[in-house]
Design a protein around this ligand. Structure first.
Ligand code: C2E
Ligand code: MG
Ligand code: MG
Length: 723
């Protein structure tokens, strides 16, 4: 069969059969040209054939591989080239050539990095054929691919982990987050974003256009107070500007969001949305607190200045700005009588009343205490300011119902109008204040417009204030004394101490000029102390039946120094307390009544007498007489003055004298200048008199010379009176 087959082949392709020698050559040539190195060896492990590739691969010479060369020499050569083996080289050679040839493939590595795939297979004659293939490049490529593959996998894993982390992070952020691409389409947004804007989460996802999201927000009401198109235009402009931008957006639903827009390199953007509503509300509250009065919620001084400045900048030409400076009258009495919480309530009602009177463009401020300022702007005629001031005075003086009790206050108002009275806030406020000062001086419950003369008066007042403070150490004060005559005995019962200021330039200044200022600036306290000491000292030199009367201001009752001052003065000169009389007016009882009465009782317990001075001029409330057991009522000069012509005055003097007598008090008529007046007051029951008819107030030396020189019978006869 085999022979037959060969014949068939021979027959089919006779031209293809080469000559035997020729074939051998061709085969050899083919073997030489293979990319494999080939070594054919016999059973004795000697080279039969070695192709060119093998020679090239290992850098051999044809001589080194000529037929008959032991394969061990070839192995040795390879070892010399750096073939890596796991045993000693000799042993390796021994093992390779010593064993039977069997089919075997190995990969051989060389120290230079070369990798050779080596295969040996036995030949039927007991020899073998070994092939050597340089697979270095292939191996490297393979290794590289493998590395890349592994790297890819690692990166993929890292990316997957990062995605999980990113997802977790963005969905747990307190801020809304969204990424948009350059086509203004959503790449991704977190849950917080949809939640913040009340957008149904299923309506947004990758690819949703910005316009759709804006529409969804518009429907949900999570939108600023502008039209959809306006907002979209703004948002798109931010996006195309390709610049980072932080915006605060107030939404119609009351929320405030802070949007941080950050462009991305691919022309998309990322935006974070932070809900700063609470923070904003807190800021607004703090801001409000910084500019408003906590009690009334009216503007405070800082905001008033701001508003006034704005009004002055805005209104000019024919338009004016009027500044009303208000001060409540008798507010202190409300505080003292009803307590501070009631006082606070009253201030709040005052604020409400002012709010009801002011216009939208006006500003009302509380300057502290019971002082308020209204900036009326604009005003086209000062008459408008007059009208407002009148309304304010009328309404503020309406009674107040506080905790079931009725209280009442009044108000005085000073008005300054720009530009005439100033065009800067501080000047206008100052001038309104000067006008207020005048309004209060003119009897309260009234208003006054600023006049330049007020400024001059204020200037004069400031100078007087400085002079006053210097006058005490300079010894410029002096006490004059006016005799008080007992109408029953016709004898001097004592003297009233009346202060004079011998000013080095202005000459003698009467108390009516400087006492009110001294009271206002608190200077009355040291001055009053000096008066008490001086008067007590003078009286201590007089016969014992003569008293001294000292006028004490309401301001001297504030604080706790009056009692010790009096006690010390008495002790210092050894004057018996019963010889001291203090004169107070009703105003003393208007303030902090309880404390004042306590001091009066203590003084009286020492034996000091207390007189109610100037009775009839103030409220002349009979309850004052009832509230304290006065020793004396001094009927004001104004009644005595026209007692001879005015029946009313006569009746009043009679009534007061009767009242005094009835209550066991002395009744002294002040300012008796004529004999007729003396007759009248004596006739209606006054027990004492004081007046120019008998003597003007005189310096102590004069008093002593005129009335006390003939001591022990010092009483001057009426006809020796100094007129
Ligand atoms: P006052 O306590 O009512 O004193 C009586 C005033 O009437 C005195 O005025 C006196 O000079 C005046 N006067 C007395 N008789 C007549 C008269 O017949 N005709 C007229 N036209 N006037 C008469 P003065 O000394 O100017 O004192 C005025 C007021 O100043 C006093 O009124 C008193 O309230 C106050 N004052 C005087 N000295 C002191 C003081 O040392 N301390 C305090 N806190 N106030 C004083
Ligand atoms: Mg007096
Ligand atoms: Mg008087």
């Amino acid at each position: 069969m085999a022979t037959g087959k060969r014949h068939m082949t021979d027959r089919d392709q006779p031209a293809m059969v080469p000559e035997p020698g020729n074939l051998q050559m061709r085969l050899e040539e083919a073997l030489h040209n293979l990319s494999l190195g080939i070594v054919i060896f016999d059973r004795d492990r000697r080279v039969i054939f070695c192709n060119r590739r093998y020679v090239e691969m290992y850098g051999l010479t044809p001589e080194q591989v000529k037929p008959g060369t032991p394969t061990s020499a070839l192995i040795q050569h390879r070892l010399n080239l750096g073939l890596k083996v796991r045993m000693a080289p000799e042993q390796y050679i021994r093992e390779r050539v010593g064993r039977d040839i069997a089919l075997d493939t190995t990969v051989q590595e060389f120290t230079d990095g070369r990798i050779i795939a080596y295969a040996v297979r036995p030949l039927p004659d007991g020899g073998g054929i070994a092939t050597h293939e340089d697979i270095t490049e292939r191996e490297e490529l393979h290794a590289r691919l493998k590395r890349q593959y592994e790297l890819g996998r690692e990166q993929e894993e890292a990316l997957r982990i990062r995605n999980v982390q990113f997802d977790t992070a963005i969905n747990n952020m307190s801020q809304g987050l969204c990424f948009f691409d350059s086509d203004h389409r959503l790449i991704v947004c977190n849950d917080r974003f949809t939640e913040m804007y009340d957008i149904p989460p299923d309506k947004v996802g990758p690819g949703t256009p910005l316009t759709d999201i804006v529409d969804l927000r518009y429907e949900a009401g999570s939108f600023p107070a502008m039209s959809r198109d306006e907002y979209l235009l703004w948002r798109t402009n931010v996006a195309v500007s390709n610049e980072a931008k932080d915006s605060i957006v107030d939404l119609k639903n009351g929320k405030t969001f802070k949007i941080r827009h950050r462009p991305m390199p691919d022309l998309g953007w990322v935006a974070t949305h932070e809900d700063i509503t609470e923070q904003r509300q807190a800021e607004v509250k703090i801001e409000h607190m910084a500019h408003h009065d906590a009690l009334t919620d009216l503007a405070n001084r800082a905001l008033l200045n701001e508003r006034l400045e704005q009004a002055l900048a805005r209104f000019h030409g024919g338009q004016m700005v009027a500044v009303h400076h208000l001060d409540l009258d008798q507010f202190k009495a409300v505080n003292d009588t009803f307590g501070h919480p009631a006082g606070d309530k009253l201030l709040r009602i005052v604020a409400d009343r002012l709010r009801a009177l002011a216009r939208e463009t006006d500003t009302i401020a509380r300057m502290g205490g019971d002082e308020f300022v209204i900036v009326q702007a604009p005003v086209s005629d000062p008459a408008e300011a007059t009208m407002l001031a009148q309304q304010i005075i009328a309404w503020i003086s309406e009674p107040y119902e506080i905790d079931g009790q009725q209280a009442s206050v009044g108000t005085s108002i000073g008005i300054a109008v720009s530009p005439g009275d100033g065009d800067a806030p501080d000047k206008l406020l100052r001038n309104a204040d000067l006008a207020l000062y005048r309004a209060k001086g003119d009897g309260r419950g009234t208003f006054r417009f600023f006049e330049p003369a007020m400024d001059e008066q204020m200037q004069a007042r400031r100078i007087m204030e400085q002079d006053l403070r210097k006058a005490l150490p300079a010894g410029e004060f002096e006490l004059y004394y006016q005799p008080v005559v007992n109408l029953e005995s016709n004898e001097i019962s004592g003297f009233e101490a009346l202060i004079r200021w011998n000013h080095p330039e202005a000459g003698q200044i009467p108390p009516s000029t400087f006492i009110p200022l001294a009271e206002e600036i608190g200077f009355i306290v040291p001055l009053g102390e000096w008066v008490i000491r001086e008067a007590c000292f003078a009286a201590s030199r007089w016969p014992e039946h003569l008293n001294v009367a000292v006028n004490i201001s309401a301001a001297q009752f504030r604080g706790s120094s009056l009692l010790p001052v009096i006690v010390n003065a008495l002790a210092a000169c050894g004057l018996h307390p019963t010889r001291l009389e203090i004169e107070i007016t009703e105003t003393v009882l208007l303030q902090d009544r309880e404390a004042t009465l306590a001091v009066l009782h203590q003084l009286r317990a020492l034996g000091i007498r207390i007189a109610m001075d100037d009775f009839g001029t103030g409220y002349s409330s009979l309850t004052y007489l009832q509230s304290f057991p006065f020793d004396k009522i001094k009927i004001d000069r104004s009644f005595v003055k026209d007692i001879t012509e005015n029946a009313g005055s006569l009746y009043i003097v009679r009534a007061v004298a009767a009242l005094a007598n009835g209550m066991g008090m002395a009744a002294t008529a002040e300012g008796v200048e004529t004999a007729e007046q003396l007759d009248k007051i004596a006739a209606v029951g006054c027990t004492e008199m004081q007046g120019f008819l008998f003597s003007k107030p005189l310096p102590v030396a004069e008093i002593e010379r005129l009335f006390l020189s003939r001591f022990p019978k010092p009483v001057a006869a009426k006809n020796s009176a100094v007129a």
